[in-house]
Design a protein around this ligand. Structure first.
Ligand code: AP5
Ligand code: MG
Length: 215
């Protein structure tokens, strides 16, 4: 199964991706997580991406296209993948289309999470992250032991781009550069829209129902 999780910052892409990985045993390919891992390791790529990420701007397309091409051709994507945070621009979507033709893995479904801006800001400002990619919320989804990741036991932290200014910019950038992809994928008939305001498990049940059509 080849899936794209689509939606604004804070819509719940990462949260649902983790549940899908566990349920379907296919990998999450989250470009934000890949960039943050590079930053932690101090790679050239990570350092170059930091200035964009901290401001809530998109990292240039050519960088992301290179990352995604390498990642989707790794062996663990053979049975399918969950794209989270990619594509975010029309050129990224066009490049993805070409890569997927080459590796003969068409997208089955694009799940588009809809959540109003007020909720997104509340979610992002209370978010706690782990370096393993797990995502929590101080109120809506706290880890079982305060400050500690349920999945890997590491300490959770607040993301550097979860500041008020960067969040507002991320929402603006989403509307200008990423939202046009809704029409792009709707035209190809793969788009399914999900009300992302409901409880995490209710959203997950709906996703499973949709995906059962493709299994
Ligand atoms: P990225 O890491 O992809 O961040 P994002 O798109 O801004 O999305 P988020 O991770 O903030 O939101 P999410 O939808 O995953 O929400 P989550 O599940 O965590 O990108 C970061 C940066 O990297 C970009 O700004 C850019 O600079 C760069 N980048 C990455 N990809 C790129 C690309 N392709 N091109 C160019 N640049 C790129 O949930 C959020 C919070 O809400 C959590 O606290 C969670 O617990 C809570 N929550 C989740 N679901 C619910 C629910 N149903 N009810 C209540 N609370 C919920
Ligand atoms: Mg995320």
């Amino acid at each position: 199964m080849n899936i794209i999780l689509f939606g604004p910052p804070g819509a719940g892409k990462g949260t649902q991706a983790k549940k899908l990985v566990e349920y379907y045993k296919i990998p999450q390919v989250a470009t934000g997580d890949i960039l943050r891992a590079n930053l932690r390791e101090g790679t050239e790529l990570g350092l170059a991406a930091k200035e964009y990420m901290d401001k809530g701007e998109l990292v240039p397309d050519e960088v992301l296209i290179g990352i995604i091409k390498n990642r989707l051709t790794e062996a663990d994507c053979e049975k399918g993948f969950i794209l989270d945070g990619y594509p975010r621009t029309i050129p990224q979507a066009d490049a993805l289309g070409e890569i997927l033709v080459e590796i003969e893995k068409p997208i089955d479904v694009v799940l588009n999470f809809e959540v109003p801006d007020e909720d997104l800001v509340e979610r992002i400002s209370g978010r706690l992250m782990c370096k393993c990619g797990a995502s929590y919320h101080k109120t809506f989804n706290p880890p079982e032991n305060e400050g500690i990741c349920d999945a890997c036991g590491a300490e959770v932290y607040q993301r550097a781009d979860d500041t008020a200014d960067a969040v507002q910019n991320r929402l603006d950038v989403y509307k200008k550069q990423t939202q046009p992809l809704i029409e792009y994928y709707d035209e190809t008939g793969v788009l399914r829209t999900i009300d992302g305001t409901r409880d995490i498990n209710v959203v997950f049940e709906e996703i499973k129902a949709i995906l059962s059509e493709f299994a």
